[in-house]
Every structure is written in C-alpha cells, then in structure tokens.
Design a protein around this ligand. Structure first.
Ligand code: SF4
Length: 550
C-alpha cells in the first residue's frame, strides 16, 4: 500500500515501515503524500476524489492503480476513506501488531469496543500473534548501529556493548552448526554485563535506557538534516528491553538461529514468543465480539490456543455442514506407504511413485503433489518421478525454495494453463506458498496428493513449545505444538482443488499414518474419507469410478 521508492527500497518490516513513513511525511519528503493532502483539501469528502470508484467496494489493486495514475499515497487515501466506512477489510497486522493497531484505530477514530471482528482464515492468527511478539538481532543491524554510534560520538560503553555482541554473533556464525541453538537468557545477560564490567544487572538496564534515549536524539538530528534511515539503535534498545522483560518467563524461548541461504550463512539472536494468547486475549477482550472463520481449523485446539474462553466473552463453536456435494469430493488414505525417517528408502519412494502413477493415470487434467518436506520432494525426484509424469504425458513444475514471488507466480500460471492443454503436475511442499495461499479452481487442479505426513523437524523451538504447552494446556504439548500444525499443513493442501461449489476434486493422503490421525482432518474432508488397501491398481479403480461418474 506504499508507492514511495525510498521506503520500498529499504525492505522493512511493518513496524519499521510505519516509522520511516512518519519521517518522510514530517520532512515533506513523500510526494505521494503531499499530492494527496493537496487534493484532499480541495474536496469536502475523500470519496469525492473519485466517486465512480469509491462509492462502491473496491479491492486493493484497483485503489493502487488509481493512486499510481494520480501519484497519490494509497495507504493514506485508504485511511482517509476508512473514516466513512462501516466495514473495513484489513491485514491481520493492522489489528494484531500493537504498534500498528493503535495508530490505525486512532486514525479511523474508532475504539475496539465498537468493532465486531470477523477473522477470516483465522487459523493463521496463531502464527501472526506469536510473530508480532517476537524479536531478533542480526550482525547486519549491529554493524549499522555501530556506525551510527561512532558517527554521532556516543559514550564509548555503548560502542563496546555493540562490539561485544557483534564479535559474539560472528564467532557463533563461524562455529555453530546450521539450525537453532538454545540460549539460556539469564546466563547470556550475565555474560554481557560482566563483559561490560558492571557489578550487577542494574548497570546493564541503565545502559539500555541510555541507548534508547540516545537513539531518540540521533533520530531527531537525522530528521532535522532531512535524512531517512532505519532506526537501528532504537531497534536494538527495544530488543534488549524485551529481553529484560521476558528472560524469566517460560512463555518465551531464546536462541541463536543459523541459516544458509544461497550458499551464504546468516545468524540471528532471537526472542521467540510461544503463546499467542498474550497478544490475542487483550484484543478479544476489548472488541465488541468476534467471529472466527476457517475451513480447516480444529475448534478445540483453536479455542485453547487463542484463549477464547479466557477473553471474558461467551464462546460457541459451530461446525457447519459442508456446502460441497458428496459426488464431487473423493478423499482417500493410502495404506502401505509412509515417510517415517526409517522408511525413507528407494523402495519406499518407488512404491509411492507407483501409487502416484495410478492417480495421474485417471486424473483428467492437473495434479498437485505437496510433499511433507523438501527432503521428500527430492526423494521422489531422484527415484524417478519425472519419468512417471512424462509417461502420463503431463508436464512437471517443481517449486523451489529460493524463487522470488514473481518467478513463482509465473510458474504457477504456466502450470494452470496446462489445465486445458493435456494437464500438468505441480510438485511442492506442504506449508509452502503454493499449498496454502494459492487457489486452483476447476481443472487448474483436479487431484491433490499429500505425500507424507508433514511433521515439522523437531527443532529446539518446537521442543520448547511442546514443553510449555504441556504445562499450560494440561499435557497437550505434543498434540497442540507438533501434531496440530502438521495436520493443518495437510488440511490446507487438501483444500486446494476445491475452491468453488461446482469444483470436483480428489484428495489423496499418501501416508498410512493419516489413518490413525483421521479425527484431526478437516470435517468436510473426513466425512468422505475411504481407506485404500495396499494392492496394485486399488487407487486406479477407486478414482476411475469417481472421475467417470456424472
Ligand atoms: S505516505 Fe504513503 S507513499 Fe509515502 S511513505 Fe508513507 S505509505 Fe508510502
């Protein structure tokens, strides 16, 4: 919703974007905003800027196109228009990010207690609520921070502090294996304040306060000089204030996180919020009421993780009847195959590929295969999936982790185009952008195969969540923190071919473990489930009947 090249070039998170936008406006450095203000002054009501557009609901794309044409700021035009609106559709960040929410509500002149929240695709809120409450520090931000401290002649101790952190992070980047390593937040604080020669934690706390104040003064000087930049120093102060506030709490997890992207190692020190309720409950308490909607959510788990019963409002879970016709949905669990670690052998991959062959042979046009992980995806490819796809005269499209959004969109468009040209196969992973955010109505995807049970790798972060959830949710840690997210990924993938009432689609769970866990599968799919025995041509027989029925 921003058209400023300066801001877009900085690639910031939502909160940082708000702050840089504020600086640009204060300095009268955003032409889009100034143009809009000037025009707005000429009309009584912002709707009159383009009555033919704004007298009816419009989507973001139409608004942005209009603004690009007129060189207006879409974000603020949207906000000006919102004051007049009864229904506002917005991103979760506007509501669940405390910093953005306060500014947004102020702007539209509303109180939460006057608002009815309709939370669509509400299963996503659990992750959003923990993400907005987490924080991270990287060597990149520390380097820029040090540059600011040196340039603006800060007290030496501030520079020493940033140097200690930078050296330590670089050392860990060199020495640690890829993945997460848990950090004891107490020990780490001791390491820092002893390194700075403080006698106790109070000295360290004062230093962080001083850094925060110093960041404000630097920011003011920069602003007065017309400079626009990220407030790295303020972000670091905020990170350590959060650490000091949370280091004794068991609903937070602390770690080094080492990744390798395109051959380059990167490290971050992270504060990870584990409990969505900390963010969600105050919002639910303040709002007039809320309606939470999802086609895949498990009401029992969702109710617990969101704290609906603790929000001071009465709660009613409603599972509605499926709107889809029984004859249009086929859902099967395949016996005889699974992707358990010990079973990931060439024999198992060959067996899966033979069963995939049966699905492809009777699918009219396009098929999606969403694997439990990239490891499983590679296992299928290296054991001959390409040959089987070619034998069925289909084209194969493979999702790659490093693809940009536009490259991926182009690939998905090409895949969809084959719906009317002999059919194709899209090979991706559960939990990825193509198995969750994308719709494939009609022949764009007739069949979907969930290849393997998509459990997450058991990382220290997941272990910490299981331990914490065991404690606060009556020994339900494994179910809530490990099993539920895995089945959610499968549920999301399984719904891809069924987007419209008229859609006809086959959903194939290709891992026998789904049988034991079938009560976690979305209700509308579970009602149609059949178990297919491990026999040659059993899948082909079952699906032929389905696709040939009218
Ligand atoms: S005023 Fe609008 S266009 Fe300018 S930086 Fe802010 S959001 Fe972007």
């Amino acid at each position: 919703m921003c058209l400023s090249e300066t801001l877009l070039s900085l690639k910031l998170n939502p909160k940082e974007s708000m702050s840089v936008c504020k600086d640009l406006r204060q300095n009268r450095n955003c032409g889009h905003f100034l143009n809009l203000l000037k025009k707005k002054g000429e009309v009584e009501n912002p709707v009159l800027l383009a009555p033919e557009l704004f007298n009816k609901p419009i989507d973001a794309e139409e608004l942005i196109n209009f603004c690009q044409d007129k060189r207006f700021c879409p974000y603020f035009l949207c906000k000006f228009l919102l004051k007049e609106m009864k229904v506002i559709i917005c991103n979760y960040q506007w509501l669940f990010n405390p910093y953005i929410r306060d500014l947004f509500l102020q702007f539209v002149d509303q109180e939460l207690n006057n608002c009815i929240l309709v939370l669509d695709e509400c299963h996503n809120i659990l992750d959003v609520a923990t993400e907005v409450n987490s924080n991270r520090l990287t060597p990149y931000s520390l380097k820029l921070c040090l540059k600011d401290l040196e340039m603006y002649r800060s007290p030496i101790i501030m520079q020493d502090f940033v140097k200690i952190l930078l050296d330590h992070l670089n050392e860990k980047k060199r020495d640690l294996n890829l993945g997460e390593q848990e950090v004891d937040p107490n020990t780490y604080l001791k390491y820092l304040f002893e390194g700075l020669k403080f006698r106790d934690l109070n000295g360290f706390k004062n230093l962080i306060q001083d850094i925060q104040e110093f960041s404000v003064s630097i920011h003011e000087v920069k602003l007065a000089n017309g400079k626009i930049s990220r407030d790295f120093l303020g972000s670091i102060a905020e990170f350590w204030l959060k650490w000091l506030k949370t280091f004794n709490l068991d609903n937070y997890f602390f770690c080094f996180n080492l990744k390798e992207i395109k051959g380059k190692r990167s490290i971050s020190l992270e504060i990870v919020a584990l409990d969505p309720r900390e963010i969600v409950i105050p919002i639910l308490k303040s709002a007039y009421t809320s309606l939470n909607l999802s086609g895949t959510v498990n009401p029992y788990v969702y109710n617990n993780l969101m704290g609906l019963n603790e929000s001071g409002k009465s709660y009613k879970g409603i599972i509605t009847d499926s709107p889809f016709l029984k004859k249009n949905i086929k859902a099967i669990i395949i016996e005889g195959v699974d992707t358990k670690r010990a079973n990931r052998t060439p024999e198992m991959f060959n067996k899966m590929i033979n069963k995939i062959n049966e699905v492809l042979a009777c699918t009219p046009a396009n098929t999606g295969i969403f694997c439990a992980s990239y490891r499983i995806l590679k296992g299928l490819l290296s054991n001959g999936l390409r040959n089987i796809v070619a034998k069925n005269k289909k084209n194969l499209f493979v999702e790659k982790p490093g693809l940009s959004a536009s490259e991926n969109n182009a690939m998905v468009d090409d895949f969809k185009a084959y719906a009317s040209n002999g059919g194709a196969v899209l090979l991706g992973v559960c939990g990825g952008r193509n198995s969750e955010g994308e719709d494939y109505p009609g022949d764009h995807m007739n069949s979907v195969i969930i290849a393997g049970f998509p459990y997450h790798l058991p990382t220290p972060r997941v272990d910490a969540k299981i331990k914490y959830y065991d404690k606060v949710f009556n020994k339900q840690g494994w179910n809530f923190a490990y099993l539920y997210p895995a089945v959610q990924r499968a549920n999301q993938a399984s719904g891809r071919p069924i987007r419209k009432i008229s859609d006809k689609g086959a959903i194939i769970f290709m891992d026998s473990r789904f049988k034991a866990k079938n009560k976690w599968i979305s209700e509308w799919v579970r009602k149609e489930l059949e178990i297919i025995p491990d026999k040659p041509n059993a899948i082909r027989h079952n699906l032929n009947l389905f696709w040939n029925s009218i």
